[in-house]
Design a protein around this ligand. Structure first.
Ligand code: KG4
Ligand code: ZN
Length: 365
């Protein structure tokens, strides 16, 4: 029997610098030996968003330390590794370049094979790492920078069923929080306020629900929140706590209704292929939202599909998913070399036309 492989993964495509070590068995089961994430939110806090140049510089400064920490936590050294996997896109180009250059340096110095990984593939394959899902499974990537339904057929074959044509849901949560004077990141703040709100008080739109496809739109919803807020301010010179809670609850209910309804369409299309072990997994920070998670779980159980939600620290950006996705490529004999380039855009499903949306963190797919 072939021996296990041990992969170091690097991630630096947005505002988290991360390194991890993952062990893969020949049957593709993975074990996370270490996972280190150094965030940068303090560096960007004054700017209201991620500043690409600041992010790239911080990645360059933090990557070495993250690699050291990941190896130390795994109780391994570079000589124990079989390959180095790195996010080669999509993402902010300066950050992706920082990671790719660091991985190339390590590969050149050690002679270890280099493997470039698509960041979105890392997210899409996470549920296989954490929950051992069998191919093909359906996944919804839902975060501040992406929103798409994908059928995962293998580590290298993805079919995009649809996605957002403008904002990503996390981005809409963040903008809504800003409109209502709530702290960032907006998702958790809006969810907290929504607990004491009435989701039915404001009639907020559910865009594209009249269309029988899996595409979504969230920017009009955010504008509707803005209008409702301005209406209240004009009426009574300000918002009460209850107004704010009701707006948050209404917004969250609208996002959850859209994701639930589109998940139903995506699941029907996926199920028409008669998968042997039907499963649906979420990935991305918005998967932390209890109302949204419950809506997706309900749709899955209605249709007899297993629902998987990886632990939150593996839903958000991390390097364990990159090491695992790189390891899957390594097991098939696939390698890159020192000509590997960083790609700001890199759609997973190249057969589909590009979606119009770009997302808060830059054009993704
Ligand atoms: O996956 P992630 O950490 O980073 C990327 O965007 O790649 O996701 C962060 C996004 C933010 O927009 C944040 O507001 C959102 O996920 N988020 C949530 C919740 N927790 C985080 N959105 C809704 N409800 C939450 N509880
Ligand atoms: Zn991500």
């Amino acid at each position: 029997m072939a021996k296990d492989v041990i992969i170091l993964g690097l991630e630096s495509s947005c505002d988290d610098t991360a390194a991890a070590v993952v062990r893969l068995r020949n049957d593709q089961r993975g074990e996370i030996l270490s996972s280190v994430v150094a965030g940068q939110s303090d560096l960007h806090a004054d700017f209201g968003g991620v500043v690409p140049e600041i992010a790239a510089r911080a990645h360059t400064e933090k990557l070495d330390g993250c690699v050291d920490a990941a190896l130390t936590q795994a109780k391994l050294s570079l000589s124990d590794l079989d390959a180095i996997a790195v996010t080669a896109g999509p993402g902010l180009i300066g950050g992706v370049l920082s990671g790719v250059m660091c991985a190339k340096g390590l590969s050149a110095a050690t002679g270890l094979p280099l493997i470039g990984v698509n960041h979105l593939a890392g997210h899409a394959l996470t549920a296989r790492l954490t929950d051992g899902l069998d191919y093909p499974y359906l996944t919804l990537l839902v975060s501040g920078g992406h929103c798409q339904f994908l059928i995962v057929r293998s580590a290298s074959a993805f079919v995009r069923l649809g996605g957002t044509i403008d904002d990503a849901p996390g981005e809409a949560f963040d903008k809504t929080a800003r409109l209502l004077g709530l702290p960032q990141p907006g998702g958790p703040s809006v969810e907290r306020e929504a607990q004491s709100g009435d989701p039915a008080r404001f009639a907020l739109p559910r865009p594209l629900l009249d269309r029988d496809d899996c595409n979504m739109s969230f920017s009009g919803l955010k504008t509707a929140v803005l209008r409702a807020r301005d209406g209240l301010v004009a009426q009574k010179q300000g918002l009460t706590r209850q107004d704010r809670a009701d707006l948050c609850a209404g917004f969250q209910a609208a996002v959850s209704d859209v994701l639930g309804a589109k998940a139903r369409i995506a699941l029907a299309r996926y199920l028409s292929e008669a998968p042997a072990a039907p499963s649906f997994a979420v990935a991305g920070g918005v998967a932390a939202n209890q109302t949204i998670r419950a809506a997706l779980e309900t749709v899955s159980s209605d249709l007899g599909v297993r629902f998987a939600a990886p632990p939150l620290q593996l839903c958000t950006d991390n390097a364990a998913m990159i090491a695992y996705a790189g390891g899957l490529r390594f097991l098939t004999g696939d390698r890159d070399d020192l000509t590997l380039s960083a790609r700001p855009r890199w759609p997973l499903d190249q057969s589909q036309p590009a979606l119009l949306g770009s997302g808060r963190k830059g054009a993704k797919a």
